[in-house]
Design a protein around this ligand. Structure first.
Ligand SMILES: [Zn+2]
Length: 106
């Protein structure tokens, strides 16, 4: 199996991805559109037409009919969105020198 073309979109890094909902908590997660046996995810299209993704685990390693194996796009994205923690105007201070280690007598 592989994703239907209408599910495939482009990431900002121009890679072909699909958005899928995690079966664990219903969050949207980008997965690579190209199936790969190296991926640790199993993606399937639900009866509602939505893609669902679950982790392939040791306990459930099999890929079931209708599923395909995919890589999370986080693992391959070459242009990930900036982290919110480093917002604009918050520049990391550099040049803080470690205090020279004194008091050691040899
Ligand atoms: Zn990307």
């Amino acid at each position: 199996m592989r994703p239907s073309s209408h599910h495939v979109t482009r990431c900002r890094c121009h890679a072909a991805i699909c958005w899928a909902l995690t079966s664990a908590n219903g969050r949207r997660q980008p997965v690579d559109a190209e199936p790969t046996t190296a991926g640790n995810l199993a993606v399937m299209q639900g009866a509602d037409g939505v893609l669902y993704v679950r982790s392939v685990t040791v306990a459930r390693p099999e890929i079931r009919p209708g599923e395909w194996q995919a890589m999370p796009h986080h693992a391959t994205c070459s242009n990930p969105p900036p982290r919110r923690s480093s917002g604009p105007g918050q520049r990391q201070r550099s040049g803080v020198r470690p205090v020279p280690w004194q008091g050691r007598q040899s």
